[in-house]
Design a protein around this ligand. Structure first.
Ligand code: ARG
Length: 422
């Protein structure tokens, strides 16, 4: 025993020094999202997966064996964060045919879409619901360095009531099909949270109201009771996880906020009381205001049933007004796009819509960086290009504060200090 320890200790002592890998990025400018300003002629020094120094070009002393990346004409932006994606499906697939995809098939799609999302500049995503723990496996593969993709917070199965938005209502009754996240009653809900965590979920999602793309649900109507939502939130928080609620309708939004939910997804029908409640509780809103355009333009061609396209028509305009009002009132906003309703990789298209509906370009960038990092309780290492932070850095050709559409064409992507697109 003692001998073994000695051998192990001397192996450590005499192991060759593995020197850290350093990369220096030079660029025309950098968006300091926290201070809300552009820093010109900048250099960022990265060592392994972290940023160790940010300075004016020429001020950083170059060691040996340092790789230099020159991004002339480009502006650096912190790696983007999308708080609502579904990597397991594609908008352009036939809507009803895709319901027949097996979990392995969905997993293959998630592997593909994870890479597409990363190359679009989104270095962190929250996957709010997937069948069979598929995205948890994809997350683990990415973390193990086996496949490229963003850093993922994965919810496992979305939790909701029998016949609700997150159940399978498309099959006939005799098929007895039921989504794995169906739970009725507070203890059943708690059990589902526990089951998700058991199989690796690192965030929780509940379906508080009806939705656009489910069958037979009323989009504005509450489904989980406040007591059930509170059970999920308490259980998630006790286990150190944050929880998100799909909620379009006013009552469901309010119930979820009062139950202590961390973020409201969609947030379509926000009245003044809902806005005041979000302010009071510090709840984040994650409003997917781009995809209504995609669904109304391409939904029919993709085989989306008339029932669902009709519900999209009810939601679109009012959702964007809710977004405008809530942002104006100072509610905390994150970037959540519900990618899968529109094609993965087009996530950046939502920025210009956030500006059209009332945000400044800076606010839209903050939603996708520091605000999302704060929601994930990772403000100390995600969302900024700053010494000590993880090296998630992207670049666009020009100044996004002057032209926010530049966020649709990301030309450089580094995640964890590794370059994926140059
Ligand atoms: N997953 C959401 C639902 O089915 C998508 C809503 C899309 N529409 C919108 N206007 N945000 O309810």
């Amino acid at each position: 025993m003692n001998k073994l320890i000695l051998i192990a200790a001397s192996a450590l002592l005499f192991a060759p020094q593995v020197s850290a890998k350093q990369t220096l990025i030079n660029a025309d400018a950098l968006v300091d999202v926290a201070q809300g300003k552009i820093i010109e002629s900048v250099s960022v020094l990265v060592e392994d997966q972290r940023i160790i120094q940010v300075a004016k070009q020429g001020e950083i002393e170059l060691g040996e064996n340092i790789e230099v990346i020159n991004l002339a004409g480009k502006t650096l932006v912190p790696g983007l964060m999308d708080m609502h994606v579904h990597l397991t499906s594609d908008a352009s697939d036939n809507f009803l045919a895709a319901k027949g995809n097996s979990v392995p098939r969905q997993t293959v799609k998630a592997v593909k879409n994870a890479e597409t999302t990363l190359l679009a500049g989104f270095t962190t995503v929250r996957n709010l619901g997937a069948a069979g723990y598929s995205v948890i496996a994809v997350r683990d593969g990415i973390n193990a360095g086996e496949i490229p993709g963003p850093r993922i917070w994965a919810a496992g199965h979305s939790i909701g009531v029998t016949g609700g938005h997150c159940d399978d209502n498309f099959s006939p009754p005799e098929a007895k099909s039921k989504s794995a996240g169906v739970a009725d009653g507070p203890w059943a809900v708690r059990a589902k949270v526990r089951e998700n965590i058991k199989y690796g979920a690192n965030t929780i999602k509940v379906c508080a109201t009806g939705g656009v793309f489910s069958k037979g649900t009323k989009v504005g109507i509450q489904q989980l009771t406040e007591e059930e939502i509170r059970a999920a939130v308490e259980e998630a928080h006790m286990r150190g996880l944050i929880a998100a609620a799909h909620a379009h309708g006013t009552n469901g939004i309010k119930a979820a906020i009062r139950a202590g939910i961390d973020s409201i997804e969609h947030c379509s029908f926000m009245d003044d009381e809902a806005i005041q409640l979000a302010l009071k509780y510090g709840t984040y809103l994650s409003c997917d205001i781009y995809n209504t355009e995609y669904t109304l333009a391409f939904g029919e061609a993709n085989g989306v049933p008339e029932e669902n396209i009709n519900k999209e028509r009810q939601v679109g305009t009012i959702q964007r007004e809710s977004f405008r009002k809530a942002n104006k009132a100072g509610v905390k906003m994150v970037f959540g796009s519900d990618a899968a309703i529109y094609p993965h990789g087009d996530n950046g298209k939502q920025f210009s819509r956030m500006v059209t509906f009332g945000m400044t370009p800076l606010q839209s960038l903050q939603a996708a960086t520091i605000n999302s990092a704060a929601l994930l309780q990772k403000s100390e290492e995600l969302g900024q290009i700053k010494a000590g932070f993880l090296a998630d850095i992207i670049a666009v050709d020009g100044n996004p504060m002057e032209n926010i559409s530049l966020m649709e064409n990301v030309s450089f992507v580094m995640k964890d200090g590794v370059v994926y697109k140059d």
